[in-house]
Design a protein. Sequence first.
Lengths: 115, 114
Amino acid sequence: AQSVTQPDIHITVSEGASLELRCNYSYGATPYLFWYVQSPGQGLQLLLKYFSGDTLVQGIKGFEAEFKRSQSSFNLRKPSVHWSDAAEYFCAVGGSNTGFQKLVFGTGTRLLVSP
Amino acid sequence: DTAVSQTPKYLVTQMGNDKSIKCEQNLGHDTMYWYKQDSKKFLKIMFSYNNKELIINETVPNRFSPKSPDKAHLNLHINSLELGDSAVYFCASSQAGLDQETQYFGPGTRLLVL
């Protein structure tokens, strides 16, 4: 069965500094990988996704993520964080044994942005 | 013109009551989902329907009964509510084969059982 680990529960970054959020997954086949963001009191917004091809994927809001099969990782990065990026970030892996996909989420990383 | 919408946004109720949450998507997708997010923000799939047929049922108590009257709607009915049902419930939708099954989420329904 697939699983996702986000080892950092909280991360604090200064505004303007770079950011990397870690995500490790476990899945037997080639995974579908996603990053979602949840602002306080809001729903989940898709930041980016990886299915195949180029292992560096670009998303919205200046985010990117790199798929590294050898490390079973899909870390999220941003070169310069803005105060509005403060939110909860979820990594998810998609997989199916029924022909229909279900997402398995990590426990999330809360990003705090300091002035 | 919200893609995936849920009603109500907030729901406060007493233990033992029965309540329903509604979800509608206007994306033309054929697959819909219910996820539960607990107080620690952990998200877990509950159900999935494809073309009104149940395809995923993740060991959810039978007090929870999803119903899909058509492809655009997936409702969640909960009988005999318990304190532990307090959570945020998210609806999502996707289209098999299109956009490689990316799931789009609704804004969530925050359920508080007193």
